[in-house]
Design a protein around this ligand. Structure first.
Ligand code: ADE
Length: 239
């Protein structure tokens, strides 16, 4: 996937570009990241990227012309049909299914806002989708866009090995993940559940599914209410 990122702080993206699963995706060429900084498109000698809001009040708005020029430059490189995404608390709340849909695209342009945000007319004319990472406010869109980039990248073909397969994750089947254990077998007064030591793969699969169902029921009943359970899942939940 080719991602164009528009941000006043491109250095922040080292967090995804240089580390872990996403860093590996970049070095393998499965994720290509390009950056456009509105500051590089500012025309005045101070390279101004903010402007005062019409109507007054506290806070600034991202200056229109440098941002628009950065979006145009990104579109020129990635193609004019590339979806342009803006991260803001006013957007649709991101979930795993939306990440799956996004991961099937060839390219996207992601805009990280700063200050109070971007001019509403730019949202109307330039933005295809507005996404939020949750009902809280961050001081900029960079971290939010990195959440999106990380979540999408690990779904790209070949990025996770079999061992790490995304299919097993919380939410991929509409349920929370089961608990995980590693050595030692006994940690102070806590033992590893004995079924996991027995090597009966079918018993382990059932136990894990039951744990997933139980946790989801206890912690996120809203998820269960949305889901149609299989016969096996219904039986395990009622056991
Ligand atoms: N920018 C600031 N807060 C945000 C949020 N919750 N989601 C997406 N972008 C944001």
């Amino acid at each position: 996937m080719h991602l164009g990122v528009i941000s006043l702080f491109p250095e922040m993206y080292r967090a995804v570009a240089d580390y872990g699963v996403t860093g590996r995706a970049v070095s393998q060429g499965r994720l290509v990241l390009n950056f456009w900084n509105p500051r590089d498109f500012a025309q005045d000698k101070h390279r101004t990227v903010d402007d005062r809001p019409y109507g007054g009040g506290p806070g600034m708005v991202m200056k229109v012309e440098p941002l628009q020029a950065a979006i145009n430059a990104a579109k020129q490189q990635l193609g004019s049909d590339t979806k342009v995404i803006y991260l803001s608390p006013q957007g649709q709340v991101l979930d795993q299914q939306s990440l799956v849909t996004m991961s099937q695209r060839q390219s996207m342009i992601v805009i990280a806002g700063r200050y109070e945000g971007i001019d509403e007319r730019l949202i109307a004319s330039q933005i295809d989708e507005e996404w939020s990472i949750g009902d809280y406010v961050l001081s900029g869109g960079e971290l939010a866009s990195m959440v999106l980039i990380d979540g999408v990248t690990r779904l790209l073909p070949g990025v996770l090995g079999d061992e790490e397969s995304a299919q097993q994750d919380s939410f991929m089947n509409g349920l929370l993940d089961h608990p995980h254990y590693t050595r030692p077998e006994q940690l102070d007064n806590q033992a590893v559940p004995s079924v996991l030591l027995g090597g009966d793969h079918e018993a382990i699969r059932k136990w894990r599914l039951k744990q997933s169902l139980g946790r989801t029921w206890l912690r996120r009943p809203d998820l269960l209410a949305m889901k149609t359970l299989s016969d096996e899942q219904t039986a395990l939940l009622e056991e």
